[in-house]
Design a protein around this ligand. Structure first.
Ligand code: PMP
Ligand code: GLU
Length: 397
């Protein structure tokens, strides 16, 4: 007997994880695949963080952790928010979760009622729409084109707001485009939101430290909306800790309490050992963050320069995260060796089959006509991937 709920039937699987799995399967069969699909740092977790986890095991951090996270970790997160973002949060406003993904989902489930509208600028990360669907909310997608560097304007935001708007979901630096909103751009969006007191902002800042503009800005800095901004961040990207699964929500107290209740029934506190490692990430030396950021910046320069040489790929100006998001419509309608390219999804499959390079279809980010490449990989892989991509794209007639 199979009886899958409508809720799960209506859900699309994560395209980023699916493509990565496909690429790993091909690798296991002996195919020399370069995986530019999943977005995760290729660096090892820094040693001082690993040591803290080992100590936590020896010190018997083996019991249930408090549902919202250890107080010491929440205090370390408050100190981080003060030090790096100039924001005042109390430990009661912090909920530590199983990765930023759970923090986002908690917040959406805790704040969105069936039929409530959630404004999502697109291109948008694969999981936002599915999380809003899970809450039975209605996604209002606001497209931002390559010409506007994938950033929505205040006019677009104002036009998307209705009396049913409950939440605006912002991601900067952005997955999948790499765009970074400046202070002025965020202020203009905040000013629009300020006129609508029932709207909550969910700011996904997981790529805060992978930023090449020299300045990170949180939308929570603006007084006129500060008490309505929930920040999601975590250790996955900045400290190369994707597998440890620690993220956090910093939110108004009422929302933090609601997420605490949800998490208490759903997953309990996040892994005790991983929390102790995350605490060390926040209180320990920070040079590792800058070292990795510099490596990503060098790779960004490399991949952008190589892909710009390929005719048919249109590339914007990615200023953060570790993705490039070229527009590929020049290849639509072309074919080669049994492959006919009618969508960007076909092109991603063609690149996998013919070049053995795994990318992700832009459609998964609500932006068909594009593909996403993650450059969180070695310079050699980037060079080889670009060479292979150029060669198989040239065959399309
Ligand atoms: N938000 C964005 C934009 C992401 O790219 C990711 C990466 N998976 C997440 C949230 C989730 O991060 P985590 O791995 O900490 O759950
Ligand atoms: N954020 C990464 C990505 O977009 C990890 C995969 C996922 O969680 O979707 O590739």
């Amino acid at each position: 007997m199979e009886h899958i709920s409508e809720r799960i039937k209506a859900m699309s699987p994560s395209a980023t994880l699916a493509m990565s799995q496909k690429s790993n399967e091909l690798k296991a069969q002996g195919v020399d695949v370069i995986n530019l699909s999943v977005g995760e740092p290729d660096f090892f977790t820094p040693d001082h963080i690993k040591e803290a986890a080992k100590r936590a095991i020896d010190d018997n951090f083996s019991f249930y952790s408090p549902v919202p996270g250890y107080l010491s970790l929440r205090k370390a997160i408050c100190a981080k928010l003060k030090r790096e973002n100039g924001l005042d949060f109390a430990p009661e406003q912090i909920i530590v979760s199983n990765g930023a993904k759970q923090s986002l989902c908690n917040c959406i489930l805790a704040a969105v009622n069936p039929g409530d509208e959630v404004i999502i600028p697109t291109p948008a990360w694969v999981s936002y729409v599915e999380m809003v669907k899970l809450a039975e909310g209605k996604c209002v997608l606001v497209p931002a084109s390559l010409e506007q560097n994938f950033k929505i304007t205040p006019e677009q935001l104002a036009a998307a707001i209705t009396p049913r708007t409950r939440m605006v979901l912002l991601c900067s630096p952005s997955n999948p485009t790499g765009s970074v909103y400046s202070r002025e751009e965020l202020k203009a969006l905040a000013d629009v939101i300020a006129a609508h007191p029932d709207i909550l902002v969910l700011a996904d800042e997981i790529y805060e430290h992978i930023n090449y503009t020299g300045e990170f800005n949180s939308i929570a800095q603006f007084e006129n909306i500060r008490d309505r901004v929930a920040i999601v961040n975590g250790v996955s990207k900045a400290y190369a800790m994707t597998g440890w699964r620690i993220g956090f929500l910093a939110a108004p107290l009422w929302l933090a309490k609601a997420c605490n209740k949800l998490q208490g029934q759903y997953t309990s506190g996040a892994s005790s050992i991983a929390q102790k490692a995350a605490e060390e990430a926040y209180v320990g030396p920070q040079d590792c963050v800058e070292e990795m950021r510099r490596a990503f910046e060098r790779r960004r320069d490399l991949i952008v320069s190589l892909l710009k040489e390929i005719p048919g790929l249109k590339i914007g100006n990615p200023e953060g995260a570790f993705y490039v998001f070229p527009e590929v419509s020049a290849y639509i309608g072309k074919s080669h060796g049994g492959h006919t390219i009618t969508t960007s999804g076909d092109l991603a499959l063609y690149l996998l089959d013919e070049a053995h390079v795994a990318t992700v279809d832009g459609a998964a980010f609500c932006a068909p006509g594009y593909i996403r490449l993650s450059y969180a990989t070695s310079d050699d892989n980037i060079r080889e991937a670009a060479k292979r991509i150029a060669s198989v794209l040239a065959k399309l007639q």
